[in-house]
Design a protein around this ligand. Structure first.
Ligand code: ADP
Ligand code: MG
Length: 733
């Protein structure tokens, strides 16, 4: 049994400094930033300029690296990594487990005489075969080919990770089946980037910008997380196994004083983040911001935005490195969306935009009428995409953890809507009202106050925090994404939605193009139509309010409050057709993904329930009964000696709680048996099982918790078997 109150946090203040120069002075960040990345700069020292050119193009525009070039790249990468002390390489990928996977192989090889050499071939770079049958398949292993291989994604550079235990060359990889189905989260992102590129370039050409050759999506993912003492987290089966606490009385203080947000960063946490940044800088992750978040024990770090593929790899790397560096500081880093009831949960605001080959941000309103029109057209493409595919976007952020966050008056609601801010909202209203009729586009823009667009960024600093998808001046912020989610998947779905929106806009523009660029007046007509058609997705008010839920229902917007209600979207072809059309996911991908998600939901919930049962049975109940026995004994003794004590009264109260607790525990146990009986885990039953867990089991878990939390407030703190909320959220230093 866990040792409860005796689990003290062992403070370690481990101070790591930046690397030093040869003369002993501290190196500046730019001097060691990216030194462990095999990027074009590092490749230039090992490869011909022709090879470098080819790779540069693939990195920027996508495409394949042929076998002979792969051979040269592999041998250059091996030399580079070995010079830096690496002994191993690994394909690093994102299976649908919510975390990254890696299998290490040594460079070691035996030549034909049996002598040890170091080797790394083009074939090894391009393809590795993990034991894929052990990755999630959603119970479809018989019908669905879950076996596959990993292959280097040449648009994301290799890098070297250094730890106490040696150095390894990491190869960012996709994970695909032999039939070409995506088994991971990265492949859909790469595919969606390709299709968005094509459609967005078409839009620009229709607007007369023939010189633009490509468009990329950009992402900056703000990462929220909790930090708690590792010793304490390890003493709680719920945190240790499921990532969230299923018991825990609220402390006398929560976040009501609003003293944590942007407050002083506690020294030990500061030391941890400092080391985290140094590690990340070496592998080229541009962390820019660090601060305390709203809840006690909660923090955020955010990078400078990058192309979405690299940004999503970097976020995955951030989550990985956080855990290892956290452990060195005796911290558990909690990436779960809701580790503690009663205080805010964690999200991952995915800031998103599009950038063209001239380096222009397409969601920047710009300062000339033409730029304004380009901006408005892309804005309309985004709104059309969000309007048409809101349910799929909702499903893309569905997870067990996020169910405790979305719609919980602290995070965006589960209803997807778009917030634009006053200025922009008024401009769109004016365009829709037809105020631009019969005048030149330039004059129309002026009349509409579009020249204020430049100030939209300023306007939107006072953001609407209740919106799941908010325009923040020159980008959108997808706030419904959960803190533990991989960035790649929701971004892929967002890209596909916008591609679909742009396709509609392009069809309208093309119909008015007469072969050449569309006239500004005709662009206006198209904007007016799109603004009118997508009006229902715009919402500027308070997303937490009941009025909005009612209003959203009147507007016919989807409200999928939890994962079991959201996952059905994946197997509704009318909703997912755009994913197939944009090449983001195949029909097989969709089916297997749905099954994997159902299975994942079930398994995660069962881990929580089983952890709760274990804690109740081996910790809370024995503690309760033992204190009850003390009270009864004292009550009997005091009665014998005619001394008056409150022991009997307290025993009576605690006895009632103990009975209630045991009853709730039995109910949870039998509920668990019921929902997992028979064919509950068969492929065809997964959805029903998940729904039964949500509707029958979770309320029983809540009931058990409520009683446990009451008991916790009666039993002496020194006897409580698990570290408390107070200890974890308000450590001494
Ligand atoms: P906050 O929301 O905390 O005020 P910032 O305005 O600093 O944040 O930006 C948050 C994130 O948005 C950062 O990671 C930043 O790099 C990113 N960001 C800024 N511009 C873009 C863009 N054009 N595309 C994608 N992300 C962007
Ligand atoms: Mg933000």
């Amino acid at each position: 049994m866990a040792t409860g109150k005796t689990v003290a946090h062992v403070p370690v203040v481990r101070t790591i400094e930046r690397p030093r120069n040869v003369d002993g002075t501290l190196a500046r960040v730019p001097d060691f930033f990216g030194t462990n990345v095999f990027d074009l700069r590092a490749m230039a020292k090992k490869l011909s300029s022709h090879d470098l050119d080819t790779i540069g193009k693939v990195m920027k525009l996508g495409g394949k690296i042929d076998a002979t070039l792969a051979e040269r790249v592999a041998s250059a990468a091996r030399e580079w990594a070995i010079e830096k002390g690496a002994t191993h390489y690994c394909h690093w990928f994102q299976p649908q487990t919510g975390t990254t996977a890696e299998k290490h192989d040594a460079f070691l090889w035996l030549d034909k005489n049996g002598h040890p050499i170091e080797r790394f071939t083009g074939k090894e770079l391009l393809q590795s075969e993990p034991d894929a049958s052990s990755f999630p398949s959603g119970g479809m292993r018989s019908t669905f080919e879950a076996r596959g291989y990993t292959s280097w994604d040449p648009s994301s550079p290799m890098f070297m990770m250094e730890t106490e235990n040696g150095r390894t060359l990491y190869i960012p990889s996709v994970f695909i089946s032999y039939h070409g189905d995506a088994l991971d989260f990265k492949t859909p992102l790469l595919r969606s980037n390709d299709s968005l590129n094509k459609e967005a370039v078409k839009t620009l050409h229709l607007l007369g910008e023939k010189s633009v050759t490509n468009v990329i999506t950009t992402v900056g993912a703000e990462q929220e997380f909790f930090v708690v003492s590792r010793d304490q987290a390890m003493a709680r089966p719920d945190l240790r196994l499921s990532g969230r606490t299923v018991f825990g009385k609220r402390p006398a203080k929560g976040q009501e004083l609003e003293d944590h947000y942007f407050g002083h960063i506690p020294t030990r946490v500061h030391a941890f983040i400092n080391e985290l940044e140094i590690e990340l800088y070496k592998v080229g992750v541009p962390i820019k911001t660090r601060h305390n978040e709203v809840a006690p024990g909660q923090f955020e770090v955010a990078p400078i935005f990058e192309g979405s593929n690299i940004a999503s790899d970097h976020n995955a790397l951030l989550m990985k490195v956080m855990r290892t560096v956290g452990a060195r500081h005796n911290f558990s880093v909690l990436l779960h969306e809701k580790p503690f009831a009663g205080v805010n949960g964690s999200g991952k605001h995915v800031n998103w935009s599009m950038s063209d080959s001239t380096g222009r941000n397409l969601l920047d309103p710009g300062s000339t009428p033409h730029q304004n029109l380009v901006f408005l057209t892309f804005l309309c493409g985004v709104m059309q995409g969000i309007y048409d595919h809101s349910d799929v976007l909702r499903a893309s952020v569905a997870s067990t953890g996020n169910d405790h966050r979305l719609g919980a008056n602290e995070a965006p609601p589960a209803i997807i809507s778009c917030f634009l801010g006053d200025t922009l909202d008024q401009i769109l209203n004016a365009i829709e009202a037809g105020k631009a009729d019969n005048v030149s586009a330039e004059k129309a823009l002026l009349d509409l106050g579009v020249n204020h667009l430049q100030h939209v960024a300023l306007d939107n600093t006072d953001r609407n925090r209740t919106s799941p998808f908010a325009f923040t001046g020159n980008k959108f912020e997808f706030r419904a994404v959960g803190s533990s989610a991989p960035v790649s998947f929701p971004t892929a779905i967002l890209n596909a939605a916008v591609t679909s929106g742009l396709t509609k806009v392009n069809a309208k523009l093309a119909a008015r193009s007469k072969g050449g660029a569309v006239s500004p007046e005709s662009v206006f007509e198209v904007l007016r139509e799109v603004i009118r058609d997508t009006r229902n997705i715009r919402f500027e008010g308070n997303g937490y309010s009941q009025e909005w839920r009612d209003e959203a229902a009147r507007r016919g917007l989807g409200n999928l409050p939890d994962t079991p209600s959201a996952l059905g979207v994946w197997t509704t072809p009318a909703k997912t057709a755009f994913l197939v059309e944009t090449g983001t996911l195949t029909a097989t991908d969709l089916e297997s993904r749905a099954a994997i998600q159902w299975e994942r939901y079930i398994k995660q919930r069962l881990i929580e329930v089983n952890a709760a049962i274990e804690m109740a049975q081996t910790g809370i109940l024995p503690t309760t009964l033992s204190y009850l026995a003390d009270l009864v004994e004292l009550g009997e003794a005091s009665a014998r000696l005619h001394i008056s004590t409150p022991a009997q009264k307290l025993a009576g109260e605690l006895g009632q709680f103990a009975v209630r607790f045991e009853t709730a525990l039995s109910a949870l146990r039998s509920g668990l048996e019921r929902v997992t009986a028979g064919d509950a885990f068969e492929h065809a039953e997964l959805a029903n099982t998940a729904k039964a867990i949500a509707s029958q089991l979770l309320p029983k878990l809540e009931e058990l918790r409520a009683t446990a939390d009451q008991i916790e407030s009666i039993v002496p703190a020194s006897k409580w078997p698990f570290p408390t909320y107070q200890d974890m959220l308000f450590p001494a230093d």
